[in-house]
Ligand binder design. Structure first.
Ligand code: PGA
Length: 297
């Protein structure tokens, strides 16, 4: 990587366009340390995340087939973290079959309860971890809207997941009505603060935020890269207000909502878009592999 230290380094920022991979593409790599003769600083670079949300699709056999087809297609993808989220019943088998690969497995939801107990139909975060998951999606709009999940529940789920050693992909996003009424930022701010208040600095390392405008999910209607970038930058500002500027710089913010192989490169080039949470286009190995191996500009 060619990295040019500049006057901004002491405020822990890297001006866009200064950090480049060896192939010249914009670098959003993992944390690393950079030193200059004048400043000793820790710069937070963000490694992109491409996550597939399989929702309520696929039997165990189908999940394994897709995961095994995906594995070789993304084996060289060192530029990003690759995650798939199968249904609960497939999770353990898929995780076992992917062991040793660069594809991580995520739950799609977890219980608000930390401990095991009499909670019929629920799955605790530590059980997901035990089954091989390293991540869990929390607060997806389908859970908020169809299963009445509140910010308070999302917050408890985040805390349960973190205490189980999982990384949380916490979803936020406004409906079309809310956007048209000019409330998109207020809604997203409320979801962020509602879900993530009270977390410690260490906990924040385990948080990834996914901005998924509800009007773009499964509709084929993607937010434009500029619309998404605007909200991602807003999310980073809100996160800095609620936590610290350093935590906000390190936060990975994924975009979700009709992401496809045709539109991912335009999204990923935006400075505050650190990856994608993909539904429909993640269900086929070839299409998801194209997303993982997006054209890096
Ligand atoms: P979509 O779903 O890519 O099918 O729009 C995204 C999501 O719900 O996470």
């Amino acid at each position: 990587m060619n990295f040019e230290l500049c006057a901004w380094c002491f405020v822990l920022r890297i001006p866009h366009g200064r950090a480049r991979n060896g192939d010249g593409s914009k670098y959003k790599g993992q944390k690393f340390k950079a030193q200059s003769t004048k400043h000793k600083v820790k710069l937070f670079m963000r490694k992109p995340v491409i996550a597939g949300n399989w929702k309520m699709y696929k039997t165990v056999g189908e999940s394994v087939d897709t995961a095994l087809a995906l594995k070789p297609l993304v084996a060289n993808a060192n530029h990003c973290e690759v995650i798939i989220a199968p249904v609960f019943t497939s999770l353990k088998t898929v995780a076992d079959r992917l062991e040793g690969s660069n594809v991580r497995v995520s739950g799609q939801n977890c219980s608000t309860e930390v401990e095991e107990g009499a909670h019929t139909g629920e799955v605790a975060a530590f059980m997901l971890r035990d089954a091989g998951a390293r991540h869990v999606i929390v607060g997806h709009s389908e859970r908020r809207h169809f299963y009445s999940e509140t910010d308070a529940m999302v917050k408890r789920k985040c805390q349960a997941a973190i205490s189980a050693g999982l990384t949380v992909i916490m979803c936020v996003g406004e409906t079309l009505d809310q956007r048209e009424q000019g409330n998109a930022e207020n809604v997203v701010r409320g979801q962020l603060n509602g879900g993530l208040s009270g977390l410690t600095a260490l906990d924040l390392d385990r948080i990834i935020v996914a901005y998924e405008p509800v009007w773009a999910i499964g509709t084929g209607r993607t937010a434009t890269p500029e619309q998404a970038q605007e909200m991602h930058a807003f999310i980073r500002r809100v996160f800095a207000e609620g936590h610290t500027a350093t935590a906000a710089e390190a936060l990975r913010i994924l975009y979700g909502g009709s992401v496809k192989p045709e539109n991912i490169a335009g999204l990923m080039v935006q400075g505050d878009i650190d990856g994608a949470l993909v539904g429909g286009a993640s269900l086929k190995a070839e299409s998801f592999a194209k997303l993982v191996n997006y054209e890096r500009r």
